[in-house]
Design a binder for this molecule. Structure first.
Ligand code: NAI
Ligand code: A1CAB
Length: 264
């Protein structure tokens, strides 16, 4: 039995992914703070919603998907009910495995995960790190849960905040870029729907080329950039506006915010 504690946006994305991956609704428990939310999850997914304490008691794996700020109180709530061999998977930004271990008791196996919302289309990027008491078997179990909904990579826990900033938040940067490019289309007099279609198909095509060609992004960009042509005129403006520097600063700010979240 697997339980998702705190079934908000990310928790629901993981829940739907588990069901698509073949888990039976009867094998999945969910918890939510509001009764209407719990009812809604039961109706839409056929899973049972229970209290956090009951979830911790009856599951062999729990996924903690509350906001980092709510983690201490959730851990306090479940601590008295956690069996020693429960696998605890924490999906929260910033929260370290030692933070979870210190609140749930001595030898509890904890795996820290940072996934992202493309879990909804089975294209997640999930990075995982073992806590002090998580074994190879616990990492494998975590990979088995996450692999059906995307790619899984093991990384040292010291890189988790950086990964959160890159791939956890990553989809938001691409959506932001799409918004900006669609606005550019509007500025040039393009109907909004057509502009959105053009930009969306361009980003999908570029993403698939990047993933499947094995080419370096510089090579792929150079292939689009004709000497004296249109693309270099755009790139010159992006450079003039320090867009690359803005990305470096933005992703560093996200990494730093992740560190702050851990401090509560
Ligand atoms: N949204 C995203 O793209 C990603 C989010 N995350 C992580 O996932 C976690 C959740 O983020 P979101 O889903 O965006 O937030 P959210 O606010 O949509 O979900 C959190 C849910 O937990 C519930 N909750 C809080 N305390 C609870 C308690 N004691 N018992 C039961 N339910 C409780 C809230 O009512 C809410 O529905 C965060 O820790 C975040 O760092 C990680 C990767 C990506
Ligand atoms: O914005 C956040 O804090 C979460 C963590 C990664 C993506 N969303």
């Amino acid at each position: 039995m697997i339980a998702i504690l705190g079934t908000g946006k990310m928790g629901e994305a993981l829940l739907s992914g588990l069901l698509r991956a073949g888990f039976k609704p009867g094998d999945v428990l969910a918890t939510a703070r509001r009764t209407e939310r719990a009812k809604d999850l039961e109706e839409r997914y056929g899973v049972r919603t229970v209290s956090n304490a009951e979830a911790a008691k009856s599951a062999d794996t729990i996924i903690l998907a509350v906001k980092p700020q709510d983690m201490a109180s959730l851990l306090g709530e479940i601590a008295p009910h956690v069996p020693a061999d429960l696998l605890v998977i924490s999906a929260a930004a910033g929260i370290t495995t030692s933070f979870v271990e210190s609140r749930l008791g001595a030898d509890i196996p904890v795996v820290r995960v940072m996934s992202n919302t493309p879990v909804l289309v089975d294209e997640a990027m999930s990075v995982i790190s073992a806590g002090a008491h998580a074994s190879e078997e616990h990492l494998k179990r975590t990979e088995d849960l996450l692999r059906p909904v995307g790619k899984v990579l093991r990384i040292p826990e010291s890189q988790q905040d950086a990964a959160t900033a890159l791939s956890g938040s990553g989809p938001a940067y691409f959506f932001y870029l799409v918004e900006a490019m669609v606005d550019a289309g509007i500025l040039l007099g393009m109907p909004r729907a057509a502009a959105l279609d053009m930009v969306t198909q361009s980003i999908v095509g570029a993403a698939i080329m990047l993933r499947d060609s094995g080419e370096h992004p510089v090579i792929l960009r150079e292939a689009v950039t004709s000497p004296g042509g249109t693309t270099i005129a755009a790139i010159a403006e992006l450079e003039r506006h320090s867009v690359r520097a803005a990305f470096l600063a933005a992703i560093e700010a996200a990494r730093n915010r992740g560190r702050e979240l851990a401090e509560g």
